[in-house]
Design a protein. Structure first.
Length: 485
């Protein structure tokens, strides 16, 4: 009896595991062309397509989830969220505008509209949406959190009392939702100067997140050891040179809250730069290496039949950028964890400029600990883990700048905000861009910002945040012990 052929999605996974990214993409394309027009199964296809940088396929699969009967706000919100994450926010807003008025008052839709308003800098509009949610559905921990992130609290704020009223009930929510609410309440107390309560709540929320995922310090150290030992100029020179002679990408590397979003905002102000963000397009392009190690790069180099394997990596990377941002302008790529891919990045994209942001480690540690990253950032859930992570990032920074300092411009946040008229031209020069007046007023640029720095980039460049950790030093002993000792 003949066996049924393996489903195309599973064939695509097999191809990807073998390092055949393009073959995997072709199989997913066939699946979309021949498969049904709706169904929950498309959610996993969308996730897989996004994982390999095939944005258009991911959105097409997400749309089929939204079409699945019976139609539901949850499925529509999933699709609209995917549209927004890839810069198609207006499509989502247009679809919402066509809904009946009553449907637009659904709590999830109002929350989504508030999120988009906040990303666009319309904090009053965002607050209005969130308050409309809470007026009819107060048991929404994610909405309380979102409201807390866009407002400044003072002692006696009635919103703190309202949040405290729901605190016990929200503790019984899913751990991720409960943690999100606790971070929001912690931020409220932090704003009022009640640091004891704030840090107790941050710790409680972080503990919930550690229950979901643990940070493996030993694994990170072993990975950094391997990178430093293997990725040398001599080793990279033995790989086939990349044929890529142009790059749309400007890479801005650095720890979260180190000023990468500020530099992104400065660059996006330029007439030749289209957009930017944490695009994570290099990981998919490097799937052919298997494990992103030098040995994996050698295996890919040896089995490649094209004669320009690293030019193909650059081509796939740029293809993802094109699907995401369109046009021909330059793109700022400030993806986290890029330090671990720096050797392959420099090899595949030999003309791409790299800006590496550095900042007082205590200031960034405080910001990282207080930030509720929507992506998984498990090292940020304890000051001890933050200290360990920072030490490893320092080792990578020292390695890459020692061997490839001619490709990397190091910018210290403190220098940039104290003397922007000196440092902005240097950043532009490294990127091959002429100086333009508007880049010195980056806060005036109207664009969606999806990071925790959404409010800071709406304000003029200022040195006010230098030394922000000084006032709460007693709460950071664990960080100092892990980082400095």
């Amino acid at each position: 009896m003949a066996t049924s052929p393996k489903p195309l999605t599973l064939q695509a996974i097999d191809a990807l595991q073998a390092g055949e990214r393009r073959q995997g993409a072709r199989l997913l394309e066939t699946e979309l062309r021949t498969g049904p027009g709706s169904g929950e199964r498309w959610r996993s296809v969308a996730k897989l397509a996004a994982h390999i940088g095939e944005i258009e396929m991911s959105l097409a699969a997400s749309q089929r989830v939204a079409r699945t009967a019976p139609l539901s706000p949850e499925r529509l919100l999933y699709y609209w969220g995917e549209l927004a994450s890839y810069g198609r926010t207006q499509i989502a807003l247009d679809e919402i505008a066509r809904l009946p008025a009553g449907a637009r008052n659904h709590p999830g839709i109002l929350h989504f509209l508030g999120t988009i308003a906040g990303q666009r800098g319309d904090f009053a509009g965002a607050e209005d949406c969130y308050r409309r949610v809470l007026a009819t559905s107060p048991m929404q921990p994610q909405t309380w959190f979102a409201l807390a992130m866009i407002k400044r609290f003072s002692a006696g704020d009635p919103d703190i009392s309202a949040m405290e009223k729901h605190r016990a009930a929200f503790r019984r929510a899913e751990p991720d939702l409960a943690a999100r609410f606790l971070y929001g309440l912690a931020k409220a107390y932090y704003d009022t100067g009640d640091h004891d309560r704030a840090f107790a709540l941050y710790a409680e929320g972080a503990d919930l997140r550690r229950g979901i995922e643990q940070f493996d310090r030993a694994a990170l150290s072993a990975q950094v050891d391997q990178i430093i030992a293997t990725f040398t100029p001599e080793a990279l020179a033995k790989l086939t040179p990349s044929g890529a002679r142009k790059s749309r990408a400007i890479f801005v590397n650095g720890l979260p809250r180190s000023g990468t979003t500020l530099v992104e905002q400065i660059l996006v102000s330029h007439s030749r730069v289209t957009e930017g963000g944490e695009v994570n397009a290099l990981h998919p392009a490097l799937i052919p290496t298997g494990d992103y190690t030098l040995e994996g790069a050698r295996r890919y180099d040896q089995r490649a039949t094209s004669g320009d394997p690293w030019g193909e990596v650059a081509e796939d990377y740029h293809r993802t950028l094109g699907m995401w941002f369109g046009g021909d302008g330059l793109i700022v790529d400030k993806t986290l964890t890029q330090a671990r891919l720096m050797g392959l990045l420099l090899h595949a994209l030999p003309t791409a400029p790299v800006i590496w942001m550095r900042r007082n480690p205590e200031d960034t540690a405080l910001s990282a600990y207080r930030s509720y990253f929507t992506a998984s950032v498990p090292w940020s859930w304890s000051f001890t883990d933050i200290g360990h992570y920072y030490r490893e990032e320092d080792r990578l920074f020292a390695h890459w700048t020692q061997h490839f300092g001619d490709r990397i411009l190091t910018v210290y946040y403190e220098d940039l905000v104290r003397a922007p008229s000196e440092w902005i031209p240097r950043i532009l020069e490294r990127c091959g861009l002429a100086d333009e007046p508007q880049v010195h007023q980056p806060h005036t640029v109207k664009r969606d910002v999806r990071t925790a720095s959404v409010q800071q980039v709406r304000a003029p460049i200022s040195a006010d945040r230098i030394g922000s950790a000084e006032a709460i030093k007693p709460y950071m002993d664990a960080f100092r012990a892990a980082y400095f000792d």
